[in-house]
Design a protein around this ligand. Sequence first.
Ligand code: DGL
Length: 266
Amino acid sequence: MSNPNPIGIFDSGVGGISVMKEIRHLLPAEDIIYYADSAHCPYGTKDPAFIRRRIEKVTGFLTGFKVKIIVAACNTASIAGLDFLRQVFPLPIVGMEPAVKPAASITQNGKVGVMATGVTLAGDRFHSLVSRFAGNTEIITVPCPGLVERVESGLINDPETERLLRKFLDPLLSSGVDTVVLGCTHYPLLRPLVELIMGPDITVLDTGNAVARRVAQVLTEDNLLKDNAGCSREMFFTSGNPDTVGRAISILWDSPDAEEVKHEKL
Ligand code: DGL
């Protein structure tokens, strides 16, 4: 049986588009509704209780469209409130965590850098991830204040963004890591710059593709996939400025025209 209801995806802003791209690629038939909470972005410097209040509102908004699954396309929101969301909403919710486990298994020299927000790096979920899967690995964490804001403005290929990235990546280069984890969904959108700075010998990991595979698995197991007939569509909403967010999304989504984004203050 086919289920035509949409997938709901949210992030503090446009970073979750990096995850949405992977979901679109894997599940071309599905309709997707995306909410960017850009008026409250970044989440990474906010109090976790505030983040939980926001994601409860955003998830409530998405369930109004009868979404069949929620994707918290935000490491910060997942670390701060995934368990809470699952207690409040009776539908499948897929969250994210930095790729510490795969990084610990592929590192050759036992040194891994993790770029993420301050809230993610301070969270119990993150510490538990490190102690469960990376006990023998040296994990060097790098909070990257200011980077999310560059991506929000669509400045992904920009000299100032590169300067900021070099500032965060230099300590990782000096400590000799051979693997870097992009632990925030905004950062995969800067992957070409990160790879340029880190050089060809360093592996750069993110979890967008793994999350998309998990979404496909849940929809398959729960018999919730939409059939392939007809075309799929995307709808974008934001609490921020719809023109600014629309321009950033069209750059990140590789669409020729600014995406139509509806303003929805929650
Ligand atoms: N994109 C988000 C993440 O994955 C949050 C960035 C922020 O709002 O600080 O962590």
